[in-house]
Design a protein around this ligand. Sequence first.
Ligand code: PA5
Length: 458
Amino acid sequence: MTIRYRFENSLYENVGDKGLKYDDILSYAKENLERHHKDLLEKRKNKTLGFFDLPYDKELVNKINELKKKYINIKNVVVIGIGGSSLGNITLNDAINGVYHNDRDTGLPKIYFADNVDPEKMAHLLEILDPKETVFNVITKSGSTAETMTNFMVLYDFLQENAPEKIKENLIITTDKENGNLVKIAAKLGLDTFVVPYNVGGRFSVLSSVGLVPAALTGVDIEKLLQGAADMDKICSVCDIEKNPAYMAALIHYLLYRDKDVNINVLMPYADNLASLSDWFRQLWAESLGKIDNKGKNVGITPAKSVGAIDQHSQVQLYIEGPFDKLITFIEVEKFRNTVKIPEVFTEIKGLNYLCGQTLDTLINNEKKATEIALTSANRPNTSIILPVIDEYHVGQLFYMLEVMTAFAGELFNIDAFDQPGVEAGKVATYALMGREGYESKRKEIEKELKNKKQREM
Ligand code: PA5
């Protein structure tokens, strides 16, 4: 089974002037699709873009399977990374193992994420962990991100204090082959090391060693995940707008932005275990597409996170009566892995008994349908991604489709979807403020700027 993309509610026929005419989509595609498709294909062929080929790295899968044998009895996995070096991992864990994974008795290792440099969260993590029973996977492509390196230093020191004999055994490094500080540390300590391919950006790296190592250690079937992605690759390689859901979705977003001022992209899964997918997607979409285009224009569609049915009681009022600036994309799960029956209790109460005997799965899917109907009646463009079931195979498909959609949107916007100068600027300012060697003049520049600024504080 394959995930599907439904888009009729983004069209004129269902939402009037706020939507797109199907013929306009087709005629844009007729004129431009081949050119953009060729550009992407060329970047894939000449290895500028490595994410396309991640599903086929058998050697990596074998290496991870070997590593897994070493950690059969391990109790915890800690991922030390941030942004593209952690959001995909959180998504994978939540989607496949579920948001309550750490509290369930599954026999699988628990997983923790040291992403932010929040002192309270880190103090609590140190309280929870038994260093002798914990594997630490430090993930940073650049090998120098301040947050990741700081968290690594704290946890390394914790290991040194409490279980120095485990340092070599329980530390895994995932980083660039040769650049950055981490690869040097790994070599010096003789640690197990995985490579982040040079041509795969952080936010496109979930199907590389970045996402696969922690996932495999916590029971996720990475072969099925990659198989899903590979099968989606076949679908998303077709240069036909009516057969390629990634291209169609990107084009709908682009044309709604260009012609209808739709500049907010809401991803709204109706499943708690997919809530963090929206966080992963926010980074993918925002960092890839929030750019200055080839004519010097600032472009981008702001991604927003929403979770159904929770946000029906929080955001949907705005979606229905607020500005016409959003395209809502629902994710619907066709068949949940669990079903919970609504019990036959309070049957005498009229306003409640309609629920008796039904299931939570029917309710949540009807809530999605109801929101879709309400939005469409209010002429609010919306689309749906339909996931047959939340499992490795379909989550692999979903990751891959959303990545191709983002890459293709980059072509439509005429921008480089694969750099992140804005993020780098923030990293440099942090280095300067924290006194890193080589950043002295940047620090002076910042200090001068701050001094000249009139403070307004209340
Ligand atoms: O997508 C990106 O490249 C970034 O957002 C990175 O994932 C993030 O900044 C972390 O970088 P690194 O993996 O180098 O620590």
